[in-house]
Design a protein around this ligand. Sequence first.
Ligand code: AQP
Length: 341
Amino acid sequence: MSEGTTAFTPRVFSGIQPSGGLTLGNYLGAIKRFVDMQGSGIETIYCVVDMHAITVWQDPDALRRQTRELTAGYLAAGLDPTRSILFNQSQVPEHAQLAWIFNCVARLGWMNRMTQFKDKAGKNAEKASLGLYAYPALMAADILVYHATHVPVGEDQKQHVELTRDIAAKFNHDFKTDFFPMTAPVIEGAATRVMSLRDGSKKMSKSDPSDASRINMTDDADAIAKKIRKAKTDPEPLPESVEGLKDRPEARNLVNIYAALSGDTVADVMAQVGGKPFGEFKPLLADLAVEKLAPISSEMARYMRDPAEIDRILKDGAGRARAIASPVVQKTYEIVGMVGA
Ligand code: AQP
């Protein structure tokens, strides 16, 4: 990890929205890397960002279930709540407190450039919630309320982490301070952008209306094999080398998924499977996906049978998170000039 502000103690923060079931994209682009960072000797803080999830409509019962299911996914994939701080955002009100300050720092012009808002609001932006528009300022608060120096994310979140740096820089400049760090996005590995199985130009997403477009972490072996068998591809066999994947988005996506699941480089994978027809490659990929995902999904199911234990873990994590976040908000209020801070 590099590029983060050196004057600050390295600290990792990241989060996932409980806006649906977890996908293979969330696992490979985020959770698997969160787990890897847990052993790096740096403090790691991971969040279920429920306040982000409600920027689009969430049924309350579904939100409760998805929050616990995402927590179960974190735990089943290997996050250890004694080594990482694991909590849900709404239990730490300092995120919302700092977000308001950042709403007053961020400029409308910056927010208007956020591509995720444009994608999610679609043609009907007038009907989108104000929260969806302000989402990146809340994300900046999530990160900076812990003075996090590094944020592991998928490619799609890069622009939001850059905005976080802009907000920190403007705050520091306006108030003549160096209170907030310049956080670095950490976007690494073969699966920083896992694409839809139905359309190689769209990212795999939990809110895609087509279930066939994604592998869910709760899918059983049959469903995984079927979705991979039906994944859209072109009619040619796999190319012989990595360069041959360049203009073949669907083939490249499946090879990237294989590499991320196996832990091999894309070049190694191509050395093993280059030239094979999809009829041979897809069953290999399906077997690997089942081998890697089945133990996680059965662990998730085990955690979900004890929701009280999940809630206890989240509450404990929230207490530890607040111990870091509260002094940061107090100091921010003091810098801004709030009386009583
Ligand atoms: N397809 C993906 N490939 C790689 N990484 C991905 N991530 C999401 N999709 C992919 C990464 O997962 C983390 C959590 O994302 P999120 O749930 O907070 O929001 P998102 O990026 O909007 O994810 P989804 O699945 O597409 O959710 P919805 O459908 O609700 O919008 C992030 O690090 C993200 O980069």
